[in-house]
Design a binder for this molecule. Structure first.
Ligand code: NAD
Ligand code: UDP
Ligand code: UDP
Length: 338
């Protein structure tokens, strides 16, 4: 389906007088920061399949070369090892900014959200590229409004252990809007809710990857606290569709991108048991501080303005992820034997 995706010059071109880099070209040049990570690598697959030229910028902090290795040798694909905290010069039409240490185990003390976003916005400003920020549902903190609409300002602890991530993303949203208002940069903001799927980090401590890996390894699934806290889990291909619809569309956002199906952690464990291993067991562990009790996106805005909604249910998505996890866990075990 290549006909629908022709190159469109930036809307603010007339206002800024900037010449789009890709004038006369049909193919877009797209940067994906964090493109060798979980979400980024699936986005890269879809952009390449659509016919774009894709440059991945990644420092392999949590990403893996294996996630994009199938594009090596493709002249339309380029991988740059680079930390977005440092400036970079490139010429592209669109910037998907995903680079970020995304899990609680990895994100502490890291200024990527602020410095990395600033550099990518500076880049977008200089070259007149459209910039998309992947923000997070964590900007809502431990929400006092349920489900969360984009108009909700959030309930966030500025000095808590999670604040480097959630306040970092809030700052990134602020910078994004400032570059839009002040410098006319074309921006898009996605607030992503919990997403799972193949290529997720095996060991970053998130609940879906923990439960699935534990079930495959025949270990008990670790339920934190009483397991009654809720989350809404989105399959990665739905998210990628949403990100691309947002980038191509006319609306800045922010848009919630998530699956509104809400599950307690105990229910999630039950679905893993049903779809992956009927003999799986659970064990209770102490919960971490500041753990949000409930989270569920209100996606009416994305539905009406982006014509997007998720299609894959948890029961459909989990087995697809499990197939990839089984392979990787098997390879790991074989590696240990060597
Ligand atoms: P991930 O850890 O798999 O991907 C992040 C990528 O960024 C990795 O490849 C990592 O190596 C790279 N990276 C980190 N710091 C970098 C730096 N300083 N310079 C260059 N590259 C760097 O995580 P993901 O789940 O794919 O998340 C992608 C984006 O989506 C993140 O911005 C994250 O905050 C956002 N998000 C994800 C979820 C989710 O559930 N997966 C939810 C909300 C928001
Ligand atoms: N930047 C970058 N690549 C570019 C343009 C800018 O990495 O092509 C970085 C730049 O080094 C700076 C940040 O983006 O740290 C913000 O740039 P901007 O021009 O907005 O701010 P200034 O440099 O004027 O403070
Ligand atoms: N959680 C759990 N067992 C685990 C890992 C996480 O019960 O092994 C819980 C955690 O306490 C939280 C929920 O699962 O309530 C989602 O955690 P995750 O880190 O995946 O995402 P986030 O808290 O960022 O939404």
């Amino acid at each position: 389906d290549t006909t629908a995706h022709y190159y469109r010059p930036p809307i603010n071109q007339a206002a800024t007088g900037r010449v789009p880099v890709a004038i006369g070209r049909k193919r877009r040049r797209v940067v994906v920061t964090g493109g060798s990570g979980f979400v980024g690598s699936h986005l890269v697959d879809k952009l390449i399949a659509r016919g774009d030229d894709v440059i991945v910028i990644d420092n392999f902090f949590t990403g893996r070369k294996e996630n994009v290795a199938h594009h090596f040798g493709n002249p339309r694909f380029e991988l740059i090892r680079h930390d977005v905290v440092e400036p970079i010069l490139l010429e592209v039409d669109q910037i998907y900014h995903l680079a970020c240490p995304a899990s609680p185990v990895h994100y502490k003390f890291n200024p990527t959200n602020v410095m990395g976003t600033l550099n990518m916005l500076g880049l977008a400003k200089r070259i007149g590229a459209r910039f998309l920020l992947t923000s997070t549902s964590e900007v809502y903190g431990d929400p006092l409004e349920h489900p969360q609409k984009e108009t909700y300002w959030g309930h966030v602890n500025p000095i808590g252990v999670r604040s480097c991530y959630d306040e970092g993303k809030r700052t990134a949203e602020t910078l994004t809007m400032d570059y839009h208002r002040g410098d006319g940069v074309e921006v898009r903001i996605a607030r992503i809710f919990n997403t799972y799927g193949p290529r997720m980090c095996l060991d970053d401590g998130r609940v879906v990857s923990n439960f699935v890996a534990q079930a495959i390894r025949k270990q008990p699934m670790t339920v934190y606290g009483d397991g009654k806290q809720t989350r809404s889990f989105q399959y990665v291909s739905d998210l990628v569709d949403g990100l691309m619809a947002l980038m191509e569309g006319e609306h800045i956002g922010p848009f919630n991108l998530g699956n509104p199906g809400e599950f307690t952690m105990l229910e999630l464990a039950q679905v893993v048991k049903e779809t992956i291993d009927p003999s799986a067991t659970i064990e209770f562990k102490e919960n971490t501080a500041d753990d949000p009790q409930k989270r569920k996106p209100d996606i009416s805005k994305a539905k009406s303005m982006l014509n997007w909604e998720p299609k894959i249910t948890l029961r459909e998505g989990l087995p697809r992820m499990a197939a990839d996890f089984r392979n990787r866990i098997l390879n790991e075990d074989e590696g240990k034997g060597n």
